[in-house]
Design a protein around this ligand. Structure first.
Ligand SMILES: NC(=O)N[C@@H](O)C(=O)O
Ligand code: NI
Length: 169
C-alpha cells in the first residue's frame, strides 16, 4: 500500500535543512530609492560557480499535476542550487529529501518532506538536495528559475519502479 502524505506549511525554519524560502516575511529589509522602495535583501544562497558554472535565469511553465499525486521520480543537482519563484498567485507543492542520502534509489516515503508553498513564497534548493521536479497545481503556472548554466552533468534523476508515496491535499 503506497503511503499517503499530506503537505505542511512552508516555513524558513522547516525548510532550512533543504535550502531557503524566498519571501518578504521575516526577511532583512531596508528602504532605497529615496524611500520609495523596500529592498528585501539577500534572500537565498545562489551556488552556481562549481566547475566554471554561471548563474542563469529561466522561466519554467509547469502544467498542473493531478491530485492525489504519486511520487515516482526524485532528482538532484550535484553542481548547484536551484531557485523557483512563482510568477502567479496560486499554491504549489514542494517535495524534498535530505542531501545526505547518497543513492536516490534508497529514498522512501519516510525520507520525504512535503510542503505547500503559498503565493509569495519561492524556494531555493541547496546543492544536492533531493527534490521532485516542479509540481504546479490547478493551472499552468510560470516560475522564475535561478540555477546553473555551463558544462558538466548537473542532473541526477532516480525513477522508482512504483510510487514511493502519494501526496494528498
Ligand atoms: N530538470 C529541470 O530543469 N527541472 C528540474 O530541475 C526541476 O527541479 O524542476
Ligand atoms: Ni531540479
Amino acid at each position: 500500500m503506497t503511503r499517503s502524505l499530506r503537505p505542511r506549511a512552508l516555513t524558513r525554519e522547516a525548510f532550512a535543512p533543504f535550502g531557503d524560502v524566498i519571501q518578504t516575511e521575516g526577511a532583512k529589509h531596508f528602504q532605497i530609492n529615496e524611500g520609495t522602495t523596500t529592498r528585501f535583501h539577500d534572500l537565498a544562497e545562489i551556488d552556481t560557480l562549481e566547475q566554471g558554472g554561471r548563474p542563469i535565469i529561466s522561466i519554467f511553465r509547469g502544467d498542473p499535476r493531478p491530485m492525489p499525486f504519486e511520487i515516482r521520480i526524485m532528482e538532484r543537482h550535484p553542481l548547484a542550487s536551484q531557485a523557483f519563484v512563482p510568477l502567479f498567485a496560486r499554491p504549489y507543492l514542494v517535495v524534498v529529501a535530505r542531501p545526505e542520502i547518497e543513492d536516490g534509489a534508497d529514498i522512501t516515503a519516510e525520507d520525504l518532506h512535503v510542503f505547500v508553498a503559498q503565493p509569495g513564497q519561492g524556494v531555493n534548493y541547496g546543492r544536492n538536495v533531493w527534490h521532485h521536479p516542479l509540481i504546479a497545481l490547478d493551472a499552468s503556472s510560470d516560475f522564475l528559475i535561478v540555477d546553473r548554466g555551463g558544462e558538466g552533468d548537473n542532473l541526477v534523476e532516480v525513477h522508482f519502479d512504483k510510487a514511493i508515496a502519494r501526496i494528498e491535499l
